[in-house]
Design a protein around this ligand. Structure first.
Ligand SMILES: NC(=O)c1ccc[n+]([C@@H]2O[C@H](COP(=O)([O-])OP(=O)(O)OC[C@H]3O[C@@H](n4cnc5c(N)ncnc54)[C@H](O)[C@@H]3O)[C@@H](O)[C@H]2O)c1
Length: 359
């Protein structure tokens, strides 16, 4: 396969590691990266080491000046939450890199470069449901022909992307949604585990994540997870200040446990024909103070075989594999799979389970 020039939207906890991991994979050249305040572009390939050094401890995350107006590119959504913790100096975030410049229209600036881009990995927060679909619209409106991959988590966003299928097909866009860890790697694993059965009764996803780097370095991830705690939802989580989030983390001694999460593994397995969405449950434990996983990540698929046996196939991640590895590895893997499809003019919206053996 020919080399792939790709862009990353969002250089926070996930996006920075996307760039780093890409240097370990063949044929992937990052040519653009943006965050809320800046954009770095180099058509010959970004110097990832310099960019990571410049953004170390200097992530431009949320911003309480955002007004949710998406017409000017600067204010796409109030998605990043309240005031930022780590922003040093005038050149906050990616703009601190020698390869970057500050901008008030970071996403539109990447759209402007998209003729020279084969794939875009979206590592933006998703606290407004339609934020990522609206970002995709802007690429389609600009005549982008290529791949979009996101690592979003929430089930209800998948329908919003599905509604855009015709538009993406007309534009020549291949969109892979929910292509991180869960949904993503674990959804794909469930689709594979289901192949032993003719009928799938339930899929149970239980994840463990340890993030010693804490809320400060993983703000989108932690804030969105808090929305699943009893007494919170996406709207209330979005309005929490950084201090309030730190208090919630303190109240739980750094360990947050979640049940019945709205993770798109359910709708993505249903649209691949594996099982009904209601037969999928997702929960897990996040330790914001230790890198060690608080519990082992497992996917259990229970079904009946063609010869009448009821069984459970279980897929397990090694405890040493980090969230960054389990989100970005699959995201870049699905990105490559999507580029292959795009180059054969196979356009539209796909989920991770549809890129696995069919059911
Ligand atoms: N599927 C999975 O398994 C999985 C796992 C972890 C995280 N995630 C998702 O990844 C996403 C990113 O999480 P994170 O922890 O890296 O978040 P983060 O807050 O650390 O980083 C977000 C980045 O997006 C940028 N950004 C925000 N609004 C922007 C805008 N309007 N224009 C341009 N850039 C903007 C910020 O500046 C920052 O660089 C979240 O939605 C999270 O839920 C998915």
């Amino acid at each position: 396969m020919d080399d792939i020039n790709f862009a990353v939207l969002g250089t926070g906890g996930i996006g920075r590691r996307t760039l780093e991991l890409s240097t370990h994979r063949e044929g992937l050249t990052p040519v653009a990266a943006c965050d809320r305040h800046g954009i770095a572009v180099d058509h010959d390939g970004l110097d990832v080491g310099e960019l990571l050094d410049a953004t170390e401890g200097n992530i431009a995350s949320g911003d309480d000046t955002d007004d949710g107006d998406d017409t000017d590119g600067a204010n796409v959504a109030a998605d990043g939450g309240a005031t930022a913790v780590k922003q040093h100096g005038e050149d906050r975030g990616v703009a601190a890199s020698g390869q970057a410049r500050p901008t008030e229209t970071p996403i539109d600036d990447v759209v402007d470069e998209s003729d020279a881009v084969d794939a875009v990995l979206v590592a933006l927060p998703n606290l407004e449901h339609d934020f990522i679909p609206r970002v995709a619209d802007r690429f389609a409106d600009a005549g982008y022909e290529g791949v979009l991959v996101d690592v979003l988590k929430r089930s209800r966003v998948i329908d919003m992307l599905d509604e855009r299928t015709d538009r993406f097909e007309e534009a020549g866009i291949t969109f892979v949604c929910g292509a991180g860890a869960t949904p993503g790697l674990l959804t794909g694993a469930a689709a594979l585990a289901a192949q032993s059965f003719v009928e799938v009764h339930e899929v149970d996803i239980w994840w463990g994540v340890g993030l010693r780097s804490g809320y400060e370095d993983n703000r989108g991830t932690v804030r969105e997870d808090i929305a699943h705690l009893d007494g919170y939802d996406v709207e209330t989580a979005r309005d929490l200040s950084d201090e309030e989030i730190e208090e919630i983390v303190d109240d739980h001694d750094g360990v947050l446990e979640f049940h019945d999460m709205e993770h798109a593994d359910d709708v993505l397995l249903e649209r691949a024909g594996i099982c009904d969405a209601e037969d999928v449950t997702v929960g897990g434990i996040l330790d914001v103070r230790n890198d060690a996983k608080p519990t082992t990540t497992t996917v259990s698929v229970t079904g009946t075989t063609f010869d009448g046996e009821r069984g459970t196939n279980t897929f397990e991640l090694d405890d040493v594999t980090s969230m960054a590895a389990n989100v970005n590895g699959p995201a870049l893997g699905y990105l490559k799979a999507a580029v292959r499809r795009n180059r054969t003019e196979d356009y539209g919206v796909y989920g991770p389970a549809e890129l696995m053996p069919g059911f």
